[in-house]
Design a protein. Structure first.
Ligand code: NAD
Length: 365
C-alpha cells in the first residue's frame, strides 16, 4: 500500500480544521474510520444551543478529504439556521461518508457508521441525505436510536421529499405574493432545475395550480417520465439562466446563483429546494436585492424535510407536519417584509432571526 506522505512544508498550505474556510465555531467535528468496512466519515456538529444536532448523512465520492471536511462543516452550519428559523428545538449537524453510494455502500459500513453515531450519545441525530435511503436509516436504527427518517412501518415519518416540496411550494407562493401582489401561480412561467425526489413533487403542485412549468435535468429518462406524467415542457436549450421566466426553482445543486449566472437571470423570483443556492451569501444576496429579484432563502423554504423528521422525535402526526410546513408561507412573507424594512437581503433577514433565537436561548441557560 502506498501512503501519501505530505512534506511538512506543504502542511502550511492546508488550513487545519479550525482554519477551514467553512469553519464557523463548530462545537465538534468527529472523524470516523473503520478499516474492516472501509468507512471514512466526518460528523460535523455545528451548534447544539437549541437542541441535539440533527442533519442527514450524505455519501459522496469527494475529490479529496478536504472537500469532505468542507462539506460537513458547511452543511452542518446550514442545519443550525434551518432548525432555528423553523422554530424547532434542534441544533445543526450533518455527516458525510466518503465513497460512492452506488458501489461502496454496504450493510456492514452503514452499521459501523450507526455505531459511531451511537457513540455520540444523542448529541448528533442522523437522517438521510444525498446517497442515502429510508432503508439505510432503518438499518442504522438497529444499532442506535439516534436516527430519524426511518420507514413508517417501524414508526418513522417516511420519505421527507414530498413535504420538502410542499414547503418550497409554500415559500414560492409567498415570494410571488411579495413580488407580484398575488400568490396565484397560474400562468406563471416556472423553471424547475432538477426533477429528482423534491423537484418532481414540486412540479406536481405547480401543475395542479396551472403554472407553465419547464423542467431541466441531466437525466433524460427522468425528464421524459415527468413530462409524460404532468404534461410539462422539457427545456431544450443549454443555458437555463438566460431564459425568460417568472420564477427560477433550483432543485438540484447548490451555488447556481453565482458570478457567472447572476447577470443573466431574468426571473423575478428565486425559490427552490437546493441547499446553499447563493455561491456567496453576502455578495450574491446583495446583487439579487439590487436587481429587484425576490429570493426566498433556501434554508427557510426547504425546511419541510426537517419538520417531517422532527415529528419522529416529538411524536406529532401528519396534520401537525402539514401545519408547520404551511407556516413557511407566513415566515417567508415576514422575512421578505423585514428585509425591506431593515434594508438588508432576505438571506440576511432570515439569518438574523435564526441567530437571535439561538442567542436568546443561550442567555436563558
Ligand atoms: P435528488 O438526488 O432526488 O434529485 C436531484 C436531481 O437533480 C436529479 O434528478 C439529478 O439528475 C438532477 N441534477 C443533478 N445535476 C443537475 C444539473 N446540473 N442540472 C439539472 N439537474 C441536475 O435530490 P432531492 O432529494 O430531490 O434534493 C434536491 C435538492 O434539494 C438537493 O440540493 C438537496 O440537498 C435539497 N434538499 C432536499 C431535501 C429532501 O427532503 N430531499 C430537503 C432539503 C433540501
Amino acid at each position: 500500500m502506498v501512503t501519501e506522505v505530505v512534506d511538512s512544508k506543504d502542511l502550511k498550505k492546508f488550513a487545519p480544521v479550525f482554519g477551514q474556510m467553512s469553519f464557523d465555531n463548530h462545537e465538534q467535528v468527529v472523524f470516523c474510520n473503520d478499516k474492516d468496512t472501509g468507512l471514512k466519515a466526518i460528523i460535523g456538529i455545528h451548534n447544539t444551543v437549541l437542541g441535539p444536532a440533527l442533519g442527514g448523512t450524505r455519501m459522496w465520492n469527494y475529490a479529496s478529504e478536504w472537500e469532505a471536511v468542507n462539506d460537513a462543516l458547511r452543511l452542518s452550519r446550514g442545519m443550525t439556521f434551518k432548525a432555528a428559523i423553523t422554530g424547532l428545538n434542534l441544533g445543526g449537524g450533518k455527516a458525510v461518508i466518503i465513497g460512492d453510494a452506488k458501489t461502496q455502500k454496504t450493510p456492514e459500513l452503514m452499521l459501523r457508521f450507526g455505531e459511531f453515531v451511537h457513540s455520540l450519545s444523542g448529541k448528533y441525530i442522523t437522517a438521510e441525505d444525498v446517497g442515502m435511503t429510508t432503508s439505510d436509516m432503518d438499518l442504522v436504527r438497529t444499532v442506535t436510536p439516534f436516527v430519524t427518517g426511518i420507514s413508517e412501518d417501524i414508526g418513522g415519518a417516511g420519505n421527507p421529499s414530498p413535504i420538502t416540496a410542499y414547503g418550497v411550494f409554500m415559500g414560492m407562493k409567498a415570494a410571488a405574493k411579495y413580488a407580484y401582489g398575488s400568490d396565484v401561480l397560474e400562468e406563471k412561467v416556472v423553471y424547475v432545475q432538477g426533477i429528482g425526489n423534491v423537484g418532481e413533487s414540486l412540479v406536481e403542485h405547480l401543475s395542479n395550480e396551472g403554472a407553465k412549468v419547464v423542467i431541466s435535468d441531466i437525466n433524460q429518462q427522468r425528464l421524459e417520465e415527468v413530462r409524460d406524467k404532468y404534461g410539462v415542457t422539457i427545456y431544450e436549450g443549454d443555458n437555463i439562466y438566460a431564459e425568460d421566466m417568472d420564477i427560477y426553482a433550483p432543485c438540484a445543486l447548490g451555488a447556481t446563483v453565482n458570478d457567472g449566472t447572476i447577470s443573466q437571470l431574468k426571473a423575478k423570483v428565486i425559490a427552490g429546494a437546493a441547499n446553499n443556492q447563493l455561491a456567496d451569501e453576502n455578495i450574491h444576496g446583495t446583487i439579487l436585492r439590487e436587481k429587484g429579484i425576490v429570493y426566498a432563502p433556501d434554508f427557510l423554504i426547504n425546511a419541510g424535510g426537517i419538520i417531517n423528521v422532527y415529528a419522529e422525535l416529538e411524536n406529532y402526526g401528519k396534520q401537525e407536519i402539514i401545519r408547520k410546513t404551511e407556516n413557511i408561507y407566513n415566515t417567508t412573507l415576514e422575512i421578505l417584509n423585514n428585509a425591506e424594512t431593515n434594508g438588508v437581503t432576505s438571506h440576511q433577514a432570515a439569518f438574523d432571526i435564526a441567530q437571535s433565537r439561538i442567542d436568546a436561548r443561550k442567555k436563558e441557560r
